[in-house]
Write a protein that binds this ligand. Structure first.
Ligand code: ADP
Length: 280
């Protein structure tokens, strides 16, 4: 977790020893704050610097794949492409996280068709589900009703949760996506019958870079990013998980408009009926 090193102790009113201790702590805090800044600048710079060459590898690779028909060569190129894409995904996640942390992420919620959005993202994993022989289903209880949400961020949230569910669920398991309304919240549930998360680790997985096991591919950034995006929505995420049984993540997006600041609500442009412009 990242700390807040900005507070300082006012040590002037105490006797010498306490004020000395206070000054030492203040000195340590300012050193830590500087180290934190350097680390974060480093993350941002590295991510930017990695992205450009990666994009420049991926573009000509795609061109090559269009032209090459030899099976073996195509296989090798696809292998390169898969891993370069993976690297790009990690770098993008790191950059997204930094942007969220810096407060660059602005929330813009609007009423929209959440069913459609979830269904589209659900379908991205359909092929993978079939390949892994996973019983994959989407249950919606809300029909076409419109809800308040930020479409870009909700996509990021759902994609990250689905990608984890697939990563940690073995062949033959099942993954379910659910959508319902509860106490004026939109509730998105992503449930898997995968490896599960030990009770004592459940609080930690939302910390940046934390992984229960590092033998899976990943960075430990996904869930910390999700948590930030949900907090941005004034919502919450819950986890119910048991080792070897599976995990259920529930995302609550509040629908009470008064929870959102005016600037967090997207203003629709007023649409005038065609040709009937009001004269003043
Ligand atoms: P990453 O998946 O890149 O490692 P995340 O922040 O998305 O990073 O997840 C952190 C850790 O939480 C994972 O490494 C894994 O140990 C655990 N985890 C997340 N989702 C699941 C899940 N559906 N089933 C089991 N473990 C999970």
């Amino acid at each position: 977790a990242h700390g807040d090193f900005s507070s300082r102790i006012d040590s002037h009113h105490y006797n010498d020893e306490i004020s000395e201790l206070g000054e030492t702590i203040n000195y340590m805090a300012s050193e830590l704050s500087e180290a934190d800044r350097v680390k974060n600048d480093f993350i941002s710079t590295i991510s930017h610097e990695l992205r450009t060459p990666l994009t420049l590898i991926l573009a000509p690779l795609q061109e090559l794949l269009y032209r090459v028909s030899d099976k073996w060569t195509r296989g090798q190129l696809q292998h390169i492409q898969r891993n370069a894409n993976r690297l790009l995904h990690l770098v993008n996640q790191l950059m997204d996280y930094r942007r969220a942390e810096l407060g660059v992420f602005e929330l813009k919620v609007a009423k929209g068709n959440i069913n459609k959005l979830i269904d589209e993202n659900f379908m991205f994993y359909d092929k993978l589900a079939r390949r892994k022989n996973i019983d994959y289903s989407f249950n919606s209880e809300i029909g076409e009703k419109e809800f308040l949400f930020d479409a870009n961020y909700l996509e990021l949230i759902v994609n990250n949760l689905l990608s984890n569910a697939f990563k940690f669920t073995d062949e033959g398991g099942s993954i379910t996506v659910g959508l319902k309304e509860e106490d004026n919240n939109l509730v998105i549930t992503i449930s898997d019958t995968g490896i599960g998360i030990p009770k004592e680790k459940q609080g930690k997985i939302f910390e940046r870079f934390y992984q229960v096991n590092s033998d899976h591919s990943g960075s430990g950034i996904g869930l910390s990013l999700i948590l930030r995006l949900i907090e941005l929505h004034h919502g919450k995420i819950t986890l119910d998980s048991e080792v070897n049984k599976g995990s259920t993540f529930k995302v609550y997006i509040p629908q009470d408009e008064s929870l959102y600041k005016p600037e967090e609500i997207k203003k629709h442009r007023m649409r005038r009926p065609c040709g009937k412009r009001k004269k003043r």
